[in-house]
Design a protein around this ligand. Sequence first.
Ligand SMILES: [Zn+2]
Length: 71
Amino acid sequence: MADRITSRCPCACCRVRGLMGPLILIALGAIFLADQFTRFTFGDLWPILLIVAGAVKCAASLSSRTGHAGV
Ligand SMILES: [Zn+2]
């Protein structure tokens, strides 16, 4: 177990940080959907990406690093 110090750290902080990519993709998809089907355009909604990224950063910094593997 201890020899797996690659990207698979089990601590809460690293797991939350791992959600950044998927959440950005989900937000991007939702924004393009809204662009397509509502009167809002991508130009109106792009700041949602910053909000999602900031929220993930906040959650990661508040998460426990107990059991953190690696630097
Ligand atoms: Zn970690």
